[in-house]
Design a protein around this ligand. Structure first.
Ligand SMILES: NC(=O)c1ccc[n+]([C@@H]2O[C@H](COP(=O)([O-])OP(=O)(O)OC[C@H]3O[C@@H](n4cnc5c(N)ncnc54)[C@H](OP(=O)(O)O)[C@@H]3O)[C@@H](O)[C@H]2O)c1
Length: 292
C-alpha cells in the first residue's frame, strides 16, 4: 500500500488525487496546497462524482514523514514554490513524478533531486477547476511515462482509474510530439481568440511554421518527429470546435501567469543551443513574456 503526496491540487493534481484516493493500492493521499481546500469534488467523464477528503497541508513544515510517491502537478513556472515541498516529502525510496507540460520535466527539478529519482509524465487528461477542490474531468485521457521499474510502478497506480496509463520506449518523441501541438497554441493567446482563429488568413501557415521549428529542434535532441507534424497540428486545430479555449489563452484571459517558456521559450532556447533558427517561437515567447 502506497503513500502519496500531490503537490498542486489544481485541475490535474485534483483529478489524479481523486482517482488515486479510490485505488486499493493507495493507503493515503496528502494534498500539498497553496490555497486551502476542504475536499475534492471531481465530476468524472461519465457524469458521476468522486468526493474525496484527503489530508490537506499548506506548509512544508506540516510534512512529518517521506512518502512513496510525490506527484508534482503545479504549473511549469511554479518551480521554486514546488521545490520547497520536496525536502520533507522525499526519502531514500521516494519516487517523484512530474505531471506537467513541456519537455524539461527532469531539468526543472534536477536542482532539488537526482535525475534518476524523477519520472517525467506526459499527461493528456483534460480537466478544469472552477474553485479550490472543484474540478471537471472532461475526458478519460492518457498518461505516458518512460519504460522501466519506476514507470511500471507508476502505471500500476492507475489500474483502477479511467485514465489509461502506459509506458513508452521513446519518451523523448512522445513529449516532443505533444510540444509540437502545444507550441502552435500560442497563436490563440497571442490573438486573444479561441480555436476558430486557425481559419483567419495566414494563421494556419504561421502555426505550420511554429511546428516546423519545433520538429527541427526536437530532432536535434533525439526525438523521432515526422514531416507530417505541421499539417497534422493544423488539421487538428481546423477540426476542433471554433470556440475551444486552450490553457494558454484561458490563463491570458484570466490574467494568470502563462506557461510560455515551457511551450515556446524552450524551443527557442534549445534551438539556439543547437544552432537552429526559431524566430516564430522566439517571438511568441517574447510577446507572451511581456504580456505576463
Ligand atoms: N488542465 C489540463 O487539462 C491539463 C492537461 C494536460 C496538461 N496540463 C498540465 O498540467 C500542469 C498542471 O496544470 P493544471 O491545469 O492542473 O493547473 P492548475 O489548475 O492551475 O493547478 C496548479 C495547482 O498548483 C498549485 N500551486 C502553485 N504553486 C504551489 C505551491 N508552491 N505549493 C502547492 N501548490 C501550488 C496551484 O495553487 P492555487 O490553488 O493557489 O492556484 C494550483 O492548485 C501544467 O503543466 C499544465 O500545462 C494540464
Amino acid at each position: 500500500m502506497m503513500r502519496l503526496a500531490v503537490i498542486g491540487p489544481g485541475a490535474i493534481g485534483g483529478t489524479v488525487a481523486a482517482w488515486l484516493s479510490r485505488s486499493p493500492r493507495v493507503a493515503e493521499v496528502t494534498l500539498c496546497a497553496r490555497t486551502p481546500l476542504d475536499r475534492l469534488v471531481v465530476e468524472t467523464p461519465d457524469g458521476s462524482v468522486i468526493e474525496a477528503r484527503p489530508r490537506v497541508v499548506t506548509d512544508p513544515v506540516q510534512i512529518t514523514a517521506p512518502v512513496d510517491w510525490v506527484l508534482i502537478a503545479t504549473k511549469a513556472y511554479d518551480v521554486v514554490g514546488t521545490g520547497a515541498w520536496l525536502a520533507p516529502l522525499v526519502g531514500p525510496e521516494t519516487r517523484v513524478a512530474v505531471l506537467q507540460n513541456g519537455v524539461e520535466h527532469v531539468e526543472r527539478f534536477n536542482p532539488y533531486l537526482p535525475a534518476d529519482r524523477i519520472l517525467p509524465v506526459v499527461i493528456d487528461v483534460p480537466a478544469e477547476r472552477s474553485a479550490p477542490g472543484r474540478i471537471r474531468h472532461r475526458r478519460d485521457g492518457t498518461i505516458v511515462v518512460p519504460v522501466g521499474a519506476a514507470g511500471e510502478a507508476f502505471v500500476a497506480l492507475f489500474a483502477d482509474s479511467v485514465i489509461v496509463a502506459s509506458t513508452t520506449e521513446d519518451f523523448t518523441t512522445v513529449a516532443w510530439t505533444k510540444l509540437a501541438l502545444n507550441c502552435a497554441g500560442a497563436v490563440n493567446a497571442l490573438t486573444g481568440r479561441p480555436g476558430g482563429v486557425v481559419r483567419a488568413a495566414g494563421i494556419g501557415a504561421l502555426m505550420r511554421g511554429m511546428v516546423r521549428e519545433c520538429v527541427l529542434v526536437g530532432r536535434a535532441v533525439g526525438a523521432d518527429l515526422g514531416d507530417h507534424l505541421p499539417d497534422w497540428v493544423v488539421e487538428r486545430a481546423e477540426t476542433s470546435p471554433p470556440d475551444s479555449v486552450n490553457s494558454l489563452l484561458a490563463d491570458r484571459l484570466a490574467g494568470r501567469p502563462m506557461e510560455w517558456d515551457a511551450r515556446n521559450g524552450v524551443i527557442a532556447r534549445l534551438g539556439k543551443a543547437h544552432g537552429i533558427a526559431t524566430p516564430l517561437n522566439g517571438m511568441a515567447a517574447l510577446i507572451l513574456s511581456a504580456a505576463d
